[in-house]
Write a protein that binds this ligand. Structure first.
Ligand SMILES: Cc1ncc(COP(=O)(O)O)c(C=O)c1O
Length: 334
């Protein structure tokens, strides 16, 4: 196992924790804070940077010079990997599938696809049925033959090293809530895809002996599959941290806000993007954060999260996705 040393430079300081006064008022008094993991770091920011701090750190410690990732044309993970590689003087290769049905004519050259193109990303197209791991291993062999040293990034950056990045995030939240004169949050909310973000938050909260509930609104897997992934990785992370805790009741996963599938916006999530932008002047993305925020709003409105509770919503990034889905969001002003 790699040492788990953090690579300095991808994120240089704690991301801000901000109170959201207008959303809190809109929701009838539930105190909502936002952990701004969309801010900070290069490449437009986002949750993958915390994961890459250790994963790319491991690649560098292993003397690798070429990072290989599986993604799609609108992948935040791929965009941030390419940006991190640029920053560190490494090569990167993105194996790209059309994982999300094309949403408009510009879908494969706007948003994240545009940013990757500007950074000179090497994109290797793959067919929808191709096995990602096989495709990445094949490229890795080719890199080796050419004298390079490849490093294959785990799916979504969700392995132990990636999860440790979100233990850091939990530590930051606890410190920043104290600094804000608040008690520990009753709930922390995130969008859950490959699971590393939620797993790290769970491990971080348990390591600190808190009973905060960590709600993951799944944007990819059904609840049961997501639960297995998150619980397994949180457990592994806690063991690595020599903690006696076992992840259990603090994990909540809800897949009811996915809609038709990964990357397909729901009517509600598009409304949430507008609502949130009009209340707070901040942007959520149509694939991840707006589905999670739709879940949060629904939980508070239905009383699942009581009005006297305190919530931290982790803004995991993804703002370039707004431009990829521009036609779903643009409304002619009347
Ligand atoms: C903006 C954004 N939010 C949330 C997630 C989900 O994080 P995880 O894959 O760790 O569950 C991702 C993953 O790609 C993401 O890009």
């Amino acid at each position: 196992m790699a040492s788990g040393e953090k690579l300095t430079g991808l994120i240089n300081k704690a991301t801000p924790l901000e109170f959201l006064p207008r959303l809190s008022e809109y929701l009838g008094g539930t105190k909502i804070y936002m952990k701004r993991d969309d801010e900070g770091g290069r490449g437009e920011g986002g949750n993958k940077l915390r994961k890459y701090e250790r994963i790319i750190g491991d690649a560098i410690a292993s003397n690798c010079d070429t990072l290989i990732i599986a993604g799609h044309y609108q992948s935040n993970a791929a965009r941030l990997l390419v940006s991190s590689a640029c920053r560190l003087g490494l090569k990167s290769i993105v194996v790209c599938k059309e994982l999300i049905p094309k949403q408009n004519d510009a879908f494969n050259n706007n948003g994240n696809a545009l940013l990757m193109n500007i950074m000179g990303a090497e994109i290797v197209p793959a067919k929808p049925g191709d096995d990602y791991l096989q495709a990445m291993n094949k490229i890795a062999e080719k890199v080796k033959k050419q004298g390079g040293k490849p490093y294959v990034i785990p799916f979504g950056g969700s392995n132990l090293l990636g999860s440790l990045g979100y233990v850091d995030c939990a530590d930051e939240i606890i410190t920043q809530m104290k600094q804000a004169g608040e008690s520990n949050p009753d709930y922390i909310i995130t969008a859950t895809g490959s699971g590393g973000t939620q797993a790290g938050l769970v491990a971080g909260i348990l390591k600190n002996n808190l009973n905060t509930k960590i709600i993951g609104f799944s944007v990819l897997h059904k609840s049961q599959q997501a639960m297995e992934i998150v619980t397994g990785l949180a457990d592994k992370t806690l063991k690595h941290l020599n903690s006696e805790h076992v992840p259990n009741d603090e994990i909540i996963i809800d897949d009811r806000f996915i809609g038709q599938g990964y990357g397909i916006p729901t009517k509600e999530c598009l409304e949430t993007i507008r609502l949130f932008a009009r209340l707070e002047g901040l942007f959520l993305c149509p694939v991840y954060t707006s589905k999670a925020m739709t879940g949060l709003i629904s939980y508070v409105k239905s009383g699942k999260i009581p009005k006297d509770k305190t919530v931290v919503f982790v803004h995991t990034g993804g703002s370039p996705l707004i431009y990829a889905y521009y036609d779903k969001l643009f409304k002619e002003n009347k």
